[in-house]
Design a protein around this ligand. Sequence first.
Ligand SMILES: Nc1nc2c(ncn2[C@@H]2O[C@H](COP(=O)(O)OP(=O)(O)OP(=O)(O)O)[C@@H](O)[C@H]2O)c(=O)[nH]1
Ligand SMILES: [Mg+2]
Length: 484
Amino acid sequence: MKIKRFFASDIRQAMRMVKDELGADAVIMSNRSVDGGVEIVAARDFDEQLIHNKLQKDAAERKAQNPEVKQPPLQDFAAENKSAQIISSTRKKGADGSVPPRPLRRDFDEYLGYAEKMQINRPRRLQPDPVQKPAPAVSAKIEEIPDEPAPAIQEKTVMSARAEEPVSVARENSANDQLIKDMFQELKSLKMTMNSRLSEIGWRQNSQSNPVRVELLHRLVDMGIAKNLSMKVAGRLSNYQTIDPAFKKAQEMLVNVLPVYNDALLDYGGIAALVGPTGVGKTTTIAKLAARFILKHGPRQVALITTDNYRIAAHDQLNTYGRILDVPVRVAADAEQLRNLIDGFADKRLILIDTAGMSQRDQRLAEQIQTLQHDDLRIRPYLVMSAATQYKAMKEIIQAFQIFQPEAGILTKLDEAATKGAAISALIEQRMPLSYVTDGQQVPEDLHVASAKQLIEQCAAESDQESDYNAILDYDDWVAQGYA
Ligand SMILES: Nc1nc2c(ncn2[C@@H]2O[C@H](COP(=O)(O)OP(=O)(O)OP(=O)(O)O)[C@@H](O)[C@H]2O)c(=O)[nH]1
Ligand SMILES: [Mg+2]
């Protein structure tokens, strides 16, 4: 790995020097304003751990040299369990000059429609039928068997007594100990087998007594809908006698609870920042939005800004789109430059800000907020997510990027997702409204205004209708997660 420090009068020049010397794959490790310009530390053949150590060392040295200069502490939002605020200009300052925080997202009930009573909360453990309960006597007996060895004090007494016993008695005792250990193990595995079999019987009985509910669960799970959401939907439709109307109703319920954002960005313009994990399609979606706006409102209405100062290649990608669409592209190194650039684009109706893709676990997310945070500018963050993301990861992403207080979500790569249900479930559960979806790489054809009905219909159409519905669901998995 090669690390080098560059100094130049402005960020563009510094970036050019990095590109010339280290190539397009160079990674920007840090940048800061210094007297007379900017200083960038960049690396080639990137090794994250090494860089982390070096940055820490540099910071410690700088601190030792200038002990009076206080760096703002990097907020650990996860630890503090609170959100940073991106404050929009539309909110008026109070009498004391402070800006009130954004109101919380509208209550979920607004999205529920006729299914409003359906609670999209945490999964509730199903109450098993009385017949499903393990026989109390057996289970109680097994519970009583201790997993741990006897307390230390007893063990010590036994051991010191043993020390005085003849060798043959000691051997006999140790053989007995082993025998008891083996018996513990056997009983443990017997207990597990019994629990598993009892659940299986319960699941089968459930399927016989309520076949529509079980088949509905199959279909919803086939659509990729998360288990807890499937259980809630199927639970509310257990009075249906036939599967087809029940499945239709289930789809209607999902349409009603999938939040959609009535977005006017492409009608009236504004300033939008696309944030999200790496590689989800932020830059491509920016190009699609820009092209759509130009097609609708004519040329010279759009400007693009990137705050991605981590990868040289990111600038090249946006510049290419800028050239094709004939729109200006600028780079903002920090919050101040971003403000100046936005002020300079006062004649543009739509300003789209591209940001560096970051993992939801990346501490640098907080730095990005600082760049986008302006009291007097209405920058609307959109969270871009790939539809191919797994349910748990998707939930984690939505939660982590809440610190940007996204106006809405954009779901990309619908064409690549085997099932869209996982992403849809996470959006429903996290109440993240969708504004646009994308389903391909073509600019701008593959961008669409989000429609809950279309999404759920596509999802249902793609589900595996050929499934063997007589086979039981993977009950072990459901039991383990407390759904059966
Ligand atoms: N199949 C498919 N590919 C897409 C879609 N949107 C974007 N892509 C592709 O996904 C890849 C990554 O897209 P980018 O726009 O560079 O993603 P990004 O989020 O800006 O990536 P980073 O800036 O690296 O975080 C590119 O090859 C795009 O062409 C989509 O809807 N469907
Ligand atoms: Mg990008």
